[in-house]
Design a binder for this molecule. Structure first.
Ligand code: AR6
Length: 174
């Protein structure tokens, strides 16, 4: 079973095989985690993203899917880009958010990654309430059966996010 760990920190500093990027469909960068990854990882990541846009993802990467590139100058080997849903109070998009975690894990497993780091997808610019996002993230990763991924590390940017994930993990384990 994949071991789940929670830490506060910056995902770009993680020494893991794969880090997950909360990207947008364009794959061409943005703010938040996405901006930090491209800034610290250097231009090689963007080059591969552009190549993906001119090949299989001409219309962009749909929400809920995931694709890997090099991690450039980051300590990780790969960046797995996934696109979270924008939160909507009118429409339940939970399944798309769960799919981001499932698909990122599937891609990591295909690559043979053993350790990976996730941010709290959709909880920044895309405004998903933290407690709910944490529950969806953790229940999805707990339910996944992985071949190579032994550690899924959630890297939470601030104490509020860490507390929400800890609470959700506690609920799931009790
Ligand atoms: N390490 C870990 N977590 C971080 C970091 C970091 N370096 N920086 C921010 N966070 P967001 P989204 C947290 O907005 O909501 C981008 O412009 C942050 O506090 O990065 O999925 C993309 O291009 C929050 O809890 O992603 C898209 O357009 C979480 O990471 C859009 O934002 C996610 O916040 C995606 O929005």
């Amino acid at each position: 079973m994949t071991n789940i760990t929670l830490i506060t920190g910056d995902i770009t500093e993680q020494k893991v095989d794969a880090i997950v990027n909360a990207a947008n469909s364009s794959l061409l960068g943005g703010g938040g985690v996405d901006g930090a990854i491209h800034r610290r990882g250097g231009p090689e990541i963007l080059e591969e993203c552009r190549a993906l846009r001119s090949s299989q993802y001409g219309d962009g990467l749909p929400a809920g899917q995931a694709v890997a590139t090099t991690a450039g100058r980051l300590p990780a080997r790969w960046v797995i880009h996934t696109v979270g849903p924008v939160f909507s109070a009118a429409e339940d998009r939970s399944e798309t958010l769960a799919s981001c975690y499932r698909e990122a894990l599937r891609v990591a497993d295909e690559l043979g990654a053993r350790t990976m780091a996730f941010p709290a997808i959709s909880t920044g610019v895309y405004r998903w309430p933290l407690a709910d996002a944490a529950y969806i993230a953790l229940s999805t990763v707990r339910a996944a059966r992985m071949k190579t991924v032994g550690e899924a590390r959630f890297v939470l940017f601030d104490q509020d996010a860490y507390d929400a994930f800890e609470e959700a993990l506690h609920t799931l384990e009790s």
